[in-house]
Design a protein around this ligand. Structure first.
Ligand code: BEZ
Ligand code: FE
Length: 286
């Protein structure tokens, strides 16, 4: 008879020894530390049975609030900074390179390809913004022929796919190709920041704990070209008051843009340079 004693001291070991010793792979590698950390957390926080039942009820509610249109689990990961941490671990770039941030749920792969200088605001609602982008490598050499996908919220903070009945399809989305100087240009409207959903179990619980629920105004970019790591990032409006408390930990100094007033009405321009890093083997176009 093997030792079956189960105590506060040996509980994690009793569980991990159930894993098949010959099994290999990422799940096995993850599960051992996961079980050890979980048991340590319980030993340290010492929940009552009622506390733990409430924790199980919360996780059940998170599952019930998730479906094909809404992903409450992803929101939990985002608000706890785990999505940003995974991004950080996987795309730790050298100084001078444009960092990645979370892609988020509003991306559409089927946006239209547009000519340079196109206007991606199909309803023209909001203060105009002219975007002049430049794509270069770490030596400052322009990258011609890079594919630049952009998407953004409107001037009220909603993406086109959140409001299919109120915004034209593909509003504020487009795919461009950089010219010989590595430049792309388009017209749009200035986006607003927005609140992440706070009506589900995650928003309710973390909101009660004082977590910020707003994202500062930003433009999304996905930039791809052969031989370079794909950039999936945001450029933030440097004047947004929520810049220091992004709900999702996506703001980085290198991603803060200067939305400059042109002096003509409420129009502004943004000049921004994206710096790509050569792909290591097995990393690049994703
Ligand atoms: C976004 O910026 O679109 C976003 C990113 C992550 C989660 C929710 C939204
Ligand atoms: Fe966004």
């Amino acid at each position: 008879m093997p030792d079956i004693s189960f105590s506060e001291r040996n509980s994690a070991q009793r569980v991990t020894e159930r894993l098949d010793k010959h099994a290999e792979g990422p799940l096995q590698a993850f599960m051992v530390p996961f079980i050890e950390h979980l048991h340590k957390l319980i030993r340290e926080t010492r929940p009552s049975q009622a506390d733990w039942r409430r924790a199980m009820e919360f996780l059940t509610d998170v599952g019930h609030a998730s479906d094909g249109r809404r992903q409450e689990w992803v929101l939990l990961s985002d608000l706890l900074g785990v999505t940003a941490l995974v991004e950080e671990i996987n795309t730790n770039r050298p100084k001078g390179a444009t960092p990645n941030t979370v892609r988020g749920p509003f991306y559409r792969a089927d946006a239209p390809r547009l000519a340079l200088n196109a206007n991606i605001s199909l309803d023209g609602v909001g203060p105009t913004l002219a975007v002049n982008g430049h794509v270069q490598d770490l030596d400052g050499k322009p990258i011609a022929g890079a594919t630049v996908e952009t998407w953004q919220a409107n001037s009220e903070g909603f993406y086109e796919n959140q409001q299919p009945d109120q915004q034209p399809e593909f509003n504020l989305r487009g795919i461009f190709t950089t010219d010989d100087q590595g430049c792309f240009r388009y017209k749009t409207v200035r986006p607003s920041g927005y609140a992440v959903p706070s009506d589900g179990p995650v928003g309710q619980m973390l909101g009660r704990l004082g977590f910020p629920m707003r994202r500062p105004a930003h433009l999304h970019f996905l930039i791809k070209t052969d031989g370079f790591e794909t950039i999936s990032t945001h450029v933030y409006d440097g004047s947004d008051p929520h810049l220091g408390r992004d709900a999702l930990f996506g703001v980085k100094d290198e991603l803060i843009g200067d939305f400059k007033p042109t002096g003509k009405g409420d129009a502004s321009t943004l000049d921004f340079t994206f710096t790509m890093v050569r792909a290591k083997k097995g990393r690049g176009m994703t």
